[in-house]
Every structure is written in structure tokens, then in C-alpha cells.
Design a protein around this ligand. Structure first.
Ligand code: NDP
Ligand code: HSE
Length: 436
């Protein structure tokens, strides 16, 4: 049975994502109505610049007063695609207070203060859906929240930022410069309003916090996530990775400790073998591995950024929330009953690839090896290559050491001690190695 009275949708933001949400709502109106059981009506569109021409949108719907829009009282669903912390947070909580459910793509806000949003949704008996907040079009949060609700997830690992993957891919495959690749990603609508959120790893860290929270049924905030961006990654690192049969990716890794009593969440560049499935994730695509006790290893892959892919995830949530509303129900809310502490990066067990500039003379390798042994870090491989010094006379070498797995604190202590050796002229690069 199709209800004739439409469900009213308020769209907050009409940029890269919002404009695509409005377009799909208009072009697929009949199908969406049939799937939901009632037509959708775009009731208002809040923006910052009202005079901007917005193709396909009735100018009468445009407003700069987002607060008045969410307070109208007749809105069924608010779609928040403004981004940032404020005014988005207040608009979402106000929407709940005035009877609307909310669909959001705002990972920054969910990772910073998801607790406030979940509490407000629960208090007012409304839905808060946010599939688009992590990994663009890829259905990932719903499978974690619903399909894997009966299993025990132990690890989530993947590429969750399209912009940085696009940059690394361009640098690796076409030798493009960092700035040139970032400009291209921005022009394609992949980057955040402030692209430092992408390149400094904040965006991926926000997504890691959301993933860890859902996967481990606990609360993880942005500040709990160890974060390193890709601004320190050099062309030399990428070339060095190639020589090892690896490539460099910005990874998000969320893990339950072996004893099950704590979790970790981290984002950093890492070398992964070219044979690993993540190595072939190109451009702005994302891919995430989920390891669960009974299910084993699952891989989710698809477009991770951009207007249409993100709008697809938003529309999926919109349909789900509307169906719930018509059925007088709400979907699952936050499940954070385990209250597991988040351990620091120092406790994470990982591997390092360390490239040193050293004096090429007897005893240097032994000195370097001693430092590793003193920190209880086992060496996997060593590669040394002599090179000419500034006067073309030789006497210097590049030493590349790859370690076995060790606690991150031991590895960083090793690097600190290496820097103090007279024979170590410099530490050219340090990168973690994952995926083996
Ligand atoms: P844009 O910067 O392209 O769009 C933001 C929109 O919000 C614009 O329409 C802007 O208005 C409007 N806006 C900004 N401030 C206000 C305000 N105070 N009141 C009313 N409207 C306002 O961002 P995106 O569409 O790229 O991203 C939106 C959200 O989706 C963010 O949370 C982002 O993290 C998330 N996201 C984005 C993805 C992507 O690939 N781009 C992928 C996944 C999630 P105006 O048009 O007038 O400037
Ligand atoms: N800026 C984000 C990215 C958008 O590049 O992945 C998708 O969340």
C-alpha cells in the first residue's frame, strides 16, 4: 500500500554530496516511493550562499536559516551534509527535539561527539544513520552493526580515505607530485572542505574511531586514535617500498587485544606487499578487511569518496529511516556495552622499515645490530648499499633494516638510540610494515 502523504526531507548542505542527494531524490522519485511505501518530498535546502545556482533545485526551497528548517515540526528526516562540528551538532540535536530522524555523512562530528548525538536520538526515539560517514558508497557500517551482530569482530584493517589513496596512487604509478595529486583529488570532490583533514590523517582517524566503536561495541573517540598522516611520506619512501616489493598505503587498523581486555585504533602510512589485496586498491577506492571469530575474513571494496558514491550511501540510509518511520519503529542504536579501554600506540605490536645513512666502515653494522638487540627488537632483513659522499669519495652507505614484529615502544626506542650513534649520519625514513 502506497501512502499518498509524502515524507518530508530537509537537506542541510547542498555541496558535493548534498547536490547529488537532491538529484537522485528527484530522478528516482518513483522508485524510492515504491521502495519506501510513500513519496519523498524535498521540503527545504539549507546552504551558506543562497545566490549560488543549484541545478535541479527549486530556488524557493533554498534557505540560509538551517535552524528554522529543522525546527519546523513537519520534517520527517533531516539529511545533514554540511560537515564540521558546529552548527551540525546543534542542528542534529534540534532536529531530534522537533521530531525528525537524521541521516548524516559527518564522520568528524560522529568521532568527536557521537555520544551526544546517540543520546539525543535515543531520548527522542528517533533514528541516527550514518553509513556514508565511513568508506563512501561501501556498505560497511550496516554489515558491522547488523549482519555481524552475532559474531565477535577482532580486527578491522583497511584504506578508508579516498583522497590520500588517490595521492599515493598517483605518486606511485605516474610519479606525480604530492601537490598536483592533491589538487586533482580536490577538483574531483574527494577531499574535505579543509584537505588537511585528509592528508594529516584526521579524516581516516575519525573513520577508525567509528569503525572501532561499532566493531568492538565500545566507545572510541577521535582523540583515542593514534594518527599519522602522509605529509611525511617522500618519493624516496615510495621508491624504497618498490625495491622491497611493497607499496605505501595510509591504513586504518582497529584491533582487539589478544586477551580481549582492550582495543587499539591507529592510522598511519605503512608499506604493504604488492601481493596483498590492499596494494591493488587504486585511485579514490577504499577497501576494508573485517576479521571476525566465526565469519573469518571479509573484504569490503568500492568507491570511497565523491558525490554520487557518497549520495548512494546517504540514500540507502534515507530509505531505511523512512521505512522505520512508516513502520513506527527505529533501527538499532549505539551498542557500547563493553566499555573496553583504548590502549596507546606504544602497546601495538608492529614491524618497522628503517632506512639509515651510515658511515661505510668496519663495525658499523655490528653497532647498529647491537642497538636493535638492546631493545629486544629482532631484525628480519638488512640491505646495505655503498654510495659516494659529497666529495665523490665513498665512505657512506644506505642501510635498510626491516624488523620482525615488536611493541611500537621498543621500535621507537630503537630509532631514538640509533639517532645517537656517531656512525649514523641520519635516519632517512621510518615506516611500519603491515599485511604479512
Ligand atoms: P561541501 O563543502 O561540498 O558542501 C557543504 C555544504 O554545506 C555546502 O552546500 C554549504 O553551502 C553548506 N554549508 C556549510 N556551512 C553551512 C551552514 N552553516 N549552514 C547551512 N549550510 C552550510 O562538502 P561535502 O558535500 O563534500 O561534504 C559534506 C559532508 O559529507 C561532510 O561531513 C563530509 O565529511 C561528508 N562526506 C563527504 C564525502 C565526499 O566525498 N565529499 C564522502 C563522505 C562523507 P554552500 O553550498 O552555500 O557553500
Ligand atoms: N575526504 C574523504 C576521503 C571523503 O577522501 O575519503 C570520503 O569520506
Amino acid at each position: 500500500m502506497m501512502r499518498t502523504r509524502p515524507l518530508k526531507v530537509a537537506l542541510l548542505g547542498c555541496g558535493v554530496v548534498g547536490s547529488e542527494v537532491a538529484r537522485i531524490m528527484a530522478t528516482h522519485a518513483d522508485d524510492l516511493a515504491a521502495r519506501i511505501g510513500a513519496p519523498l518530498e524535498l521540503a527545504g535546502v539549507a546552504v551558506r550562499r543562497p545566490s549560488k545556482v543549484r541545478e535541479g533545485i527549486d530556488p524557493a526551497l533554498i534557505t540560509t536559516d538551517a535552524t528554522a528548517l529543522v525546527k519546523r515540526g513537519d520534517i520527517d528526516v533531516v539529511v545533514e551534509v554540511i560537515g564540521g562540528i558546529e552548527p551540525a551538532r546543534t542542528l542534529i540535536t534540534t532536529a531530534f527535539e522537533h521530531g525528525a530522524s537524521v541521516v548524516s555523512a559527518n564522520k568528524a562530528l560522529l568521532a568527536e561527539d557521537g555520544a551526544t548525538l546517540f543520546a539525543a536520538a535515543e531520548k527522542h526515539g528517533k533514528d541516527l544513520y550514518y553509513e556514508a560517514a565511513v568508506a563512501g558508497a561501501i556498505p560497511l557500517l550496516r554489515p558491522l552493526r547488523e549482519s555481524l551482530a552475532g559474531d565477535k569482530v577482532n580486527r578491522v584493517l583497511g584504506i578508508v580515505n579516498g583522497t590520500t589513496n588517490f595521492i599515493l596512487d598517483r605518486m606511485d604509478s605516474s610519479g606525480a607530485g604530492y601537490s598536483e595529486a592533491l589538487d586533482e583529488a580536490t577538483a574531483l570532490g574527494y577531499a574535505e572542505a579543509d584537505p588537511t583533514a585528509d592528508v594529516e590523517g584526521f579524516d581516516a582517524a575519525a573513520k577508525a574511531a567509528i569503525l572501532a566503536g561499532i566493531a568492538f561495541h565500545t566507545r572510541v573517540r577521535l582523540d583515542d586514535v593514534h594518527r599519522e598522516g602522509l605529509t611525511e611520506v617522500t618519493a624516496a619512501d615510495i621508491a624504497s617500498a618498490r625495491r622491497m616489493g611493497c607499496t605505501v598505503k595510509l591504513l586504518a587498523i582497529c584491533e582487539r587485544a589478544a586477551d580481549g581486555r582492550s582495543v587499539t585504533a591507529r592510522v598511519h602510512p605503512a608499506m604493504i606487499p604488492l601481493s596483498h589485496p590492499l596494494a591493488s586498491v587504486r585511485e579514490a577506492y577504499n577497501a576494508v578487511f573485517v576479521e571476525a571469530e566465526a565469519a573469518g575474513q571479509l573484504m569490503f571494496y568500492g568507491p570511497g569518496a565523491g558525490g554520487p558514491p557518497t549520495a548512494s550511501a546517504v540514500l540507502g540510509d534515507l530509505v531505511a529511516v523512512c521505512r522505520n518511520r512508516l513502520g513506527g519503529a527505529t533501527g538499532p542504536g549505539e551498542s557500547a556495552y563493553t566499555r573496553l579501554p583504548v590502549s596507546s600506540m606504544a602497546e601495538v605490536v608492529t614491524r618497522y622499515h628503517i632506512s639509515l645513512d651510515v658511515a661505510d666502515k668496519p663495525g658499523v653494522l655490528a653497532q647498529v645490530a647491537t642497538v636493535f638487540a638492546e631493545h629486544d627488537v629482532s631484525i628480519d632483513t638488512v640491505r646495505q648499499q655503498g654510495r659516494l659522499d659529497s666529495e665523490g669519495l665513498g665512505g657512506e652507505a644506505s642501510l635498510v633494516v626491516v624488523t620482525h614484529r615488536a611493541p611500537d615502544a621498543a621500535l621507537s626506542g630503537t630509532v631514538e638510540a640509533l639517532r645517537k650513534l656517531d656512525t649514523v649520519r641520519g635516519v632517512a625514513s621510518i615506516m611500519r610494515v603491515e599485511g604479512e
